[in-house]
Design a protein around this ligand. Sequence first.
Ligand SMILES: *Cc1c(COP(=O)(O)O)cnc(C)c1O
Length: 397
Amino acid sequence: MDDTFNFDTLAVRSGTLRSEFNEHSEALYLTSSFCFGSAAEAAERFKNSETAYTYARFSNPTVTMFQERLATLEGGEACMATASGMAAIMSVVMAALQAGDHIVSSQSIFGSTLAMFSQIFSRFGIATTFVDPTDLDAWKNAVRPETKMFFLETPSNPLTEVADIEAVSKIAKAAGALFVVDNCFCSPALQQPLKFGADVVMHSATKFLDGQGRVLGGALVGSKAFIMEKVFPFVRTAGPTLSAFNAWVLLKGMETLSLRVEKQSDNALHIARWLESHPGIKRVFYPGLESHPQHALAMRQQKLGGAIVSFEVKGETPEQQRANAWRVIDGTKICSITGNLGDTRTTITHPATTTHGRITPEARAAGITEGLIRLAVGLENADDVRNDLARGLDATS
Ligand SMILES: *Cc1c(COP(=O)(O)O)cnc(C)c1O
């Protein structure tokens, strides 16, 4: 579709393939294979499996629609969908690297991504050096002759550190490394990393692209050459493919993406400002606040602050901090106590004892303390969420 249209139009209208029936909504093609008119046609289609439908591990029209829509929204040439965000990370590494290669990655990344790099790829001869994402010298100094990939997540989870995508991309380019950015937290509605020099955008579609907590999905967006010549051969062979049903759910989710993410960001800012003024709070982490260390960069790089707000409750000792954090979490009636994020429902977690429970003491020292709470703000009324948090917080102070 003509990508001179604005984002909201593209989110609703791009990547629509109509069948002979001219259905209005996207069709769900629940089929594992596709028929051929003759042996010769089968041979021809298998030879051109990049563009012809043969078998659903390779491609499926519903999945194609999802891929085209996401590629358009990220401003990329091509997209390969995967079964989950982690399947996307596995696929990009398997497609681009080999034994002996080296990755430089932000240390502030999703827990399973960290485990993938440090525990799984390390067994296959791919080493990773982890760096502070906001320290440009650290990225530069970590480069080795065998460095082939840079990996960044911004804003980070759960401390919302914002890294300068453009500055890191220059260091990656000088090193000859493929620069992969996990754009899960912002989604293309708020941030388009390819515009700032990223080579590949990676997604956990499970989060804001679905946005309603229903299905798992993932994706990689980049140049046509990289996606079709490197990623596609891996995914079609190894099989971490997105299902047609999940692609169909995600297509409907993407139609409301900017509406949701913008409203969730407004709600998050409202709650973050209130938290900052509460006597029971030690510190609030939110890129949309003037007090955030990379606020100016965030406002240059992102349209809004995003839906994730983290905050540290006070306490004399780590034990007391934990007790206070748990009191706030257990005092809520609206917020869901669950690890997922990007949902229309606000979710609340205690990273130090759940998602980040296995993290190194150094990472903890960097801010994932016993008093830290992560809130992924949803679409409920922001005052109701604020009052929900106040119940436990007022009791701690
Ligand atoms: C959830 C998440 C992932 C992993 O995605 P799955 O779909 O759960 O496999 C990767 N990166 C970030 C930032 C995430 O939040």
